[in-house]
Write a protein that binds this ligand. Structure first.
Ligand code: PLP
Length: 425
């Protein structure tokens, strides 16, 4: 088949806009008449710096957050690397705050400060995780591995209210938040399980003075698809390979108060004395931010692609992310609507209140048989050019990833197929 025949619903890497790829294929051979391709130019060149700075500005413009208050950092760690980076950097910031407070209290008695700090680490250090699916579970496990389970508090485990499976978000009134956690972590959209937070959790919302918990979110699979209250977060991270661009670059949006001069990460010797893990330098936000994401060799090609996708979004939607959100909602409701119209054949996996607009997970059953019916569903869909619909290997079933690059017509085509498949005997 040719590219034009396919609507690719894969969960990531996702399809990219064809015009972006066409321009990129030219840029790979010769970037802007320089005689050298975009992947060959030095990451230290002015041209590379311009690409980085424009992508940063366009991201802030599209999501409408202030570059005065938030730094955008490009990394190569993947979402998985950010699971670790969030632990290191925010625990480091916690240590740094405690250290400053103890200095005020105890003056320059370094031994007394160290003893008091050790005690605080032992008795007060907590990081909080809300586990609502496979990816927040992995992040929680990584925090346990790096820090030690005694420091990691499970705020809520969605499996406990749904027969051991993901698919619901426990009521906020049942969340067991720590007092003054170093941070509270959640995954805004669970790619494997199709569970998305319908809105920013109210218990985490800052008060009128802007004071509230330190919130970290993984938005790998729904960034750029909906409006987010960026000011409620201290850190948002996401891999590029779903809604932003090509695999190979990861973005962190970090509140500047977590960077120097406001926060300086503790030194390796201090962390060692406290028995806390020492971050690899490449996961230290302050080092990467200080170097405008160029501490080491960054894939400028991937930043370029992300930049082109952002420019396309800004050109397509005068009202920025709100415009894209309206389209995402329309596409999702077409597909969910088609599934709901045939309850005898389709079962949508997550609870209605937390259904993801990006990853639509469902099971297909006819004549009491699910496995074979799903196989024929996938086969018949592929004949029509509807591909990438197989569910994640850990949960099975069908998953239609409705990322930004799926056009409205693609969602319509899938919705029609969902109807037709149900009706066919
Ligand atoms: N977080 C979410 C929500 C994801 O969907 C994924 C990957 O699909 C990851 C994290 C892990 O990302 P990576 O494969 O870039 O490490």
């Amino acid at each position: 088949p040719s590219r034009a025949d396919i609507t690719y619903f894969g969960a990531g890497p996702a399809a990219l806009p064809t015009d972006v790829l066409e321009a990129a294929s030219k840029a790979l051979l010769d970037y802007n008449g320089t005689g050298l391709g975009i992947a060959e130019h030095s990451h230290r060149s002015e041209l590379a710096t311009n690409i980085i700075n424009e992508a940063k500005a366009d991201l802030a413009n599209y999501l409408e957050f202030s570059p005065e208050n938030y730094e955008v950092i490009f990394m190569q760690a993947g979402g998985t690397g950010e699971f670790a980076a969030s632990v290191y950097n925010l625990v480091g910031a916690w240590v740094s705050r405690q250290h400053a407070a103890l200095e005020k209290e105890l003056g320059d008695d370094e031994e007394a400060i160290l003893a008091a700090l050790r005690k605080k680490v032992e008795t007060e250090l907590k990081v909080d995780y809300i586990v609502t699916g496979g990816w927040s579970l992995k992040a929680y496990q990584e925090a346990q591995r790096l820090l030690g389970p005694e420091y990691v508090n499970l705020v809520a485990d969605a499996r406990t209210i749904n027969d051991g499976k993901f698919g619901k978000i426990p009521d906020e009134s049942t969340w067991k938040l720590s007092k003054d956690a170093a941070y509270v972590y959640f995954c805004d959209n669970e790619t494997v399980d199709g569970v998305e937070f319908p809105a920013f959790p109210s218990v985490l919302t800052p008060d009128a003075n802007g004071n509230g918990p330190i919130v970290v979110a993984d938005m790998s699979s729904n960034i750029l698809s909906r409006r987010i209250p960026v000011n409620n977060y201290s850190l948002i991270f996401f891999g590029a390979q779903k809604n932003l661009g090509s695999t190979g670059v990861t973005v962190a949006i970090l509140k500047k108060s977590f960077l120097p001069p406001h926060t300086v990460q503790p030194s390796a010797p201090l962390l060692r004395k406290l028995g806390l893990p020492i971050p690899p330098i490449i996961l230290q936000y302050e080092i990467i931010a200080k170097n405008n994401s160029l501490y080491n060799t960054l894939s400028i090609f991937d930043v370029y692609i992300a930049g082109q996708v952002l420019k396309k979004l800004l050109n397509t939607y005068p009202d920025k992310v709100d415009g894209q959100q309206a389209v995402a909602e329309k596409k999702a409701s077409l597909i969910y609507g088609a599934l709901e119209a045939h309850p005898d054949v389709y079962r949508i996996v997550p609870d209605k209140t937390v259904r993801s607009k990006m990853n639509i997970c469902f099971r297909v059953t006819k004549n009491g048989d699910t496995d074979e019916t799903e196989k024929s569903f996938l086969k018949a869909a592929a004949v029509l050019g509807l591909t990438g619909l197989k569910g994640h290997r850990s949960v099975g079933g069908i998953r239609a990833s409705n990322y930004n690059s799926i056009p409205l017509e693609g969602a319509e085509k899938l919705a029609k197929f969902v109807h037709d498949f149900a009706k066919a005997s």
